[in-house]
Design a binder for this molecule. Structure first.
Ligand SMILES: Cc1ncc(COP(=O)(O)O)c(C=O)c1O
Length: 375
């Protein structure tokens, strides 16, 4: 009997080794990872730049807490900012939910208001603050206690009527692409309207780029693709290519009046995490992988074009494929063909959270297998 706390439904694969996009199972199968370890490994598994960064870091400076100055942190922060014209500071934490908690904390402090507006199909994490503003009802329902009613208001993605964003709102936190919600991209121009409304009522405008950031949509930050300039951005998932690290990125204005000790974490911004962040950012930029994700999207769209009842949604390496089949059934059928994809909160949509290093051949095999299963 397993000693692991029984909270994760598992697929019937026992993983023993991984390299690149290949997952090796205990029974000798080799499965192609089109789920990118849940949008976490843009460079695939065991990428030499990550191996080198981590092994050097563990030999030279493995860990110290944030009580000392460490140049490796500054280098990683600059790599995260990437010369952004409007963002100025990076606060490193350990997970996406923690980055969102920090965003909510800052927004509530700045405005003195409690209410947070998010979209109805959003997911923001499982700690109390993030969960209490998550839109997807199946996840919000997991809160074990009553939280104050004024903590959260919901807005349909793409809504014309933005009146729920009023002078009582601390923060509008939008998931850059609703991923678990079935891969829904905000309609063109909508985020700029939401941003303008935030400015009008004095609310903080924050973008959850935990899944959409780090180059996944074809630009380093998702908001560059989506056409808005948030006060706060949260990043996680791909940032460490599997090493746990996340970040809250802020404008200079958001840091005004923040006192030492106001946010903090023991492990956040540790030297190993920072070394990996710099290596991941450098590799994505130097190897032209942000342009590559747009080719990936085009190839998948072309490969599935014309299949009856099939709709491809998303951008870059964050794609949803809705088909007439249940996502679970399609996932199982693809797994039988040694291809791993994800499901989503939308019952007929599978998710391709692709490593940016996936090959054309692997994409073609995926599209051909989907066509075969649906035929
Ligand atoms: C958009 C988004 N925000 C936040 C989170 C929470 O991140 P973590 O699981 O690292 O806490 C997730 C995780 O799936 C996510 O997809």
């Amino acid at each position: 009997m397993s000693a692991l706390f029984p909270v994760y439904p598992r697929l019937p694969i026992t993983l023993v080794r991984a390299e690149g996009t290949r997952l090796h199972t205990a029974d000798g199968r080799v499965i192609t990872d089109l789920y990118g370890a849940h949008a976490v490994c843009p460079l695939g598994h065991g990428h030499p730049a990550v191996v080198e960064a981590l092994s050097t870091a563990v030999r030279t400076l493995d860990f110290y807490s944030n009580s000392l100055v460490m140049p490796v942190q500054e280098e990683a922060a600059q790599a995260v900012l990437g010369g952004s014209a409007h963002l100025a500071y990076v606060h490193f934490v350990n997970s996406g939910t923690e980055a969102n908690e920090a965003a909510l904390h800052l927004a509530r402090k700045r405005t003195g208001r409690a209410t947070v507006v998010t979209t109805a199909g959003s997911f923001h994490g499982r700690t109390l603050g993030s969960l209490s503003v998550t839109g997807l009802p199946g996840y919000r329902g997991k809160i074990p206690v009553q939280v104050p009613a004024d903590w959260h208001r919901s807005l349909p993605l793409g809504a014309d009527d933005l009146s729920v964003i009023d002078e009582t709102v601390a923060c509008v936190l939008i998931e850059s692409v609703e991923s678990l919600g079935g891969i829904r991209v905000p309609p063109p121009g909508w985020l700029a309207r939401v941003e303008a409304r935030c400015r009008e009522v004095g609310a903080v405008f924050a973008l959850d780029e935990v899944q959409g950031g780090v180059g996944r949509l074809g630009t380093w930050f998702a908001h560059e693709t989506l056409g808005c300039t948030p006060d706060l951005v949260t990043l996680a998932k791909s940032l460490g290519n599997g090493f746990p690290v996340a970040a809250l990125v802020t404008t200079a204005a958001m840091a005004e009046g923040v006192a030492a000790g106001e946010l903090g974490t023991t492990f956040g911004g540790g030297p190993m995490a920072c070394a990996v962040v710099s290596a991941v950012a450098r590799t994505i930029r130097d190897e032209g992988l942000m342009a590559r994700v747009l080719d990936i999207e085009a190839r998948v769209r072309a490969g599935l074009a014309g299949l009856p009842g099939v709709e491809v949604r998303g951008r870059g390496a964050l794609l949803g494929v809705q088909t007439p089949l249940s996502a679970k059934a399609l996932q199982a059928a693809l797994l039988e063909r040694d291809l791993l994809v994800g499901t989503s909160g939308q019952a007929e949509t599978i998710r391709l959270l692709l490593p940016y290093v996936v090959s054309d051949d692997e994409l073609d095999r995926c599209c051909a297998a989907i066509a075969e299963v649906l035929s």
